[in-house]
Design a protein around this ligand. Structure first.
Ligand SMILES: C[S@@+](CC[C@H](N)C(=O)[O-])C[C@H]1O[C@@H](n2cnc3c(N)ncnc32)[C@H](O)[C@@H]1O
Length: 286
């Protein structure tokens, strides 16, 4: 998708457009090799090892998965022992998640909602709140997002996010990264609360299914790492861990190279940049 201009309408309007986009791509994603649904059906884990390691043992723990898409990761956490609830704005995603849970006989609850509009229904219910990979750019008001997370956690509960690093998000998509001078920023690092509109172009293809190009525009926000950390602190959480990684889970930019661990990095001639980050934050007991 190509950034066209800043969004002129209000935020609600942006969420309506984004919901329509996610409704459209859900069946494409659920049938793609990228998401490995058939492998998951046969018992394979689809969660990335570094995420499972960082989140730790979830057996018997209640987990809220924000922006769960069609529930694949959510159901994987259930297989690892968590009692899961997934939330997503896309009705098509939630429908597909429920179908997959029922097909595989995995207990799970799926709720269609904008994460910023969950109200009080989850207050104090969860040992873990989880979100990952391609979540933050869809959320405009990060202050509210932090408060949503804090109120859903039980005292002592832990929030975990693994996400694209906003430094990576600045890198141009249209030009292959082959040397340091080619890894130049084309998108903002510091967001200002106004989403950029991304319009599809002829050679844009979906990240999960190269043969598919949506005709729909999306509206995406840019959040620096400091904003993420700050909203979690302001919501009353204590940061337990913050990490930055020189890899990303898929070929997010042309020129990236896949390692033996399946993760993608900038080519060796390019100065390594942070491509992902993770944060774990805990809600105080008293
Ligand atoms: C790229 S997926 C990220 C999830 C997961 N990492 C994955 O790859 O399946 C983004 C998801 O966020 C959902 N989403 C976007 N905006 C949302 C919002 N405001 N509230 C809840 N879900 C939202 C979309 O419907 C989509 O399923």
């Amino acid at each position: 998708m190509t950034p066209v201009n800043r969004h002129e309408g209000n935020s609600d309007d942006a969420y309506v457009h984004n919901e329509a986009f996610w409704d459209e791509v859900t069946p494409v994603h659920a049938g793609s090799d990228f998401y490995r649904v058939d492998e998951f059906r046969r018992g394979a884990d689809v969660l990335h090892d570094f995420i499972v390691e960082e989140v730790g043992d979830v057996s018997g723990l209640s987990m809220l998965h924000l922006q769960c898409h069609f529930g694949l990761d959510t159901l994987n956490w259930a297989r690892l022992g968590a009692v899961v609830t997934g939330v997503d704005i896309s009705g098509a995603s939630i429908e597909r998640a429920r179908e997959l849970a029922s097909e595989l006989g995995i207990p799970a609850t799926f709720v269609r909602a904008n994460v910023l509009e969950m109200g009080d229904r989850f207050d104090g219910r969860f040992d873990r709140v989880f979100t990952s990979i391609g979540a933050l750019c869809w959320i405009g008001d990060l202050d509210s997002w932090g408060r949503v997370i804090a109120r859903a956690l039980k005292p002592g509960g832990v929030f975990y996010i693994a996400e694209f690093h906003p430094v990576m998000d600045t890198l141009q998509q249209s030009r292959p990264i082959t040397e340091s001078s080619a890894a130049y920023p084309g998108y903002p690092y510091f967001g200002d609360g106004v989403p950029l509109r991304f319009d599809p172009e002829g050679d844009d293809s979906d990240y999960a299914e190269a043969s598919f190009t949506s005709a729909k525009s999306t509206f995406e926000w840019f959040h620096p790492v400091s904003e993420v950390i700050e909203v979690l602190i302001n919501a009353g959480l204590t940061i337990k861990r913050f990490r930055e990684f020189p890899f990303v889970t898929y070929k997010a930019r042309q020129g990236m190279i896949q390692g033996d661990d399946g993760l993608w990095r900038l080519p060796p001639e390019v100065v390594p940049l942070p491509l992902m980050f993770s944060v774990a934050a805990v809600k105080a007991i008293a």
